[in-house]
Ligand binder design. Structure first.
Ligand code: ADP
Ligand code: MG
Length: 316
């Protein structure tokens, strides 16, 4: 097993009466793209701020690269690249100057710095905007600048807190691909998001958070094996007798059926021929139907089964 890069043990953080982190533990190993997935308010940013010693906490231990993390752990901090949820750049500096400034906090040698800054510019694709002030950039370009500032000094651990919120699809893809490239080039990555599709797409291991607690952890396949849902079948039907719905509900592997007047949703656990059997019942009763979907479980289903609420519903 690879070396642990981050080890958080029993972290408790209160804001007054609110318990933002409730005995939260986490171990992240070298080479991972580790996803912290959770709805807004679940404690992702608080975790990152405690991890970086930017925020004091009530209880627990945090080690980074095997050493205890403290506010004055500069040796550790220079190996970490942080991309905060709220973009943090200087309005009075242009794109190039911003990246150069942040890189200069760690890289003193001028020639080397110039090379690193150029590489970061290329990496996020901001070559055409070097002289632009941040205010002149679109949301997506501003995010890319924020990322360039965080990674230019080539840190071993890169932490990105919701880097794709309010970003256009083109910048979003570029950011996700960029994270994978940084990882291939040797960086360990911590990536927080409330977008489960993104986390599924790029993360090698995932912890799902809710209300300051870790509710599940594993690879995306491991997480999906924790729940009973294996397939959700959705069928557009305009009319459905209760007796027909009950017949479908009684099929093998079917554990839940919901008809809302327009669509029939059938949740199945295991089995191979669920869709055929369900459609067979509809045909036997001459029920006409429209579009049919069969979906494998998503991380949303994992979240739903464990917490009783859909992650999606909490997104807005
Ligand atoms: P996330 O990043 O997952 O959206 P946060 O870590 O920002 O979650 O917040 C976790 C909880 O702590 C939320 O209930 C939030 O309202 C609360 N919280 C965050 N920052 C503060 C603060 N500075 N003062 C009081 N409560 C806070
Ligand atoms: Mg946050």
């Amino acid at each position: 097993m690879n070396n642990p890069v981050v080890k958080i043990e029993n972290l408790v953080k209160r804001y007054g009466d609110l318990v933002a982190l409730d005995h939260f533990s986490l171990e992240i190993r070298e080479g991972e793209i580790f996803g912290l997935l959770g709805p807004n308010g679940s404690g992702k940013t608080t975790t990152i701020n405690c991890l970086l010693s930017l925020l004091s906490y009530d209880k627990g231990d945090i080690a980074v690269f095997g050493q205890k993390m403290t506010p004055s752990s500069y040796d550790i901090k220079k190996e970490i690249g942080v991309i905060m949820q709220n973009v943090a750049v200087f309005d009075e500096l242009n794109v190039y100057e911003n990246i150069d400034y942040f890189c200069g906090l760690y890289i003193r040698d001028k020639a080397q710095r110039r090379q690193y800054v150029d590489e970061a510019v290329q990496f996020v694709g901001l070559e055409d905007f070097l002289k632009f002030r941040p205010k002149k950039l679109s949301g997506g370009l501003l995010r890319r600048l924020n990322i360039a500032c965080g990674i230019a000094h080539k840190p071993k651990l890169i932490i990105l807190d919701e880097p794709t919120v309010a970003v256009d699809p083109q910048s979003r893809n570029r950011i996700l691909e960029g994270i994978q490239t940084l990882n291939r080039n040797g960086a360990t990555v911590i990536y927080t998001s409330h977008y489960m599709e993104e986390v599924e797409q790029i993360c090698t291991r995932i912890a799902i958070m809710d209300k300051g607690r870790k509710i599940a952890e594993g690879t995306k396949d491991e997480l999906k094996r924790m729940i009973r849902n294996t397939e959700t079948v959705t069928i557009e039907v305009l009319e459905l007798d209760e007796a027909v719905r009950a017949e479908i509900a009684a099929l093998p592997h079917v554990y839940e059926t919901v008809f809302d007047g327009k669509t029939l949703t059938v949740c199945c656990s295991g089995g191979k021929h669920n869709l055929i059997r369900i459609l067979g019942v509809l045909q036997a009763h001459a029920v006409s139907f429209g579009r049919v979907y069969s979906e494998l479980p998503t991380l949303n289903d994992v979240f739903l089964e464990i917490t009783g609420t859909a992650l999606r519903d909490k997104e807005e």
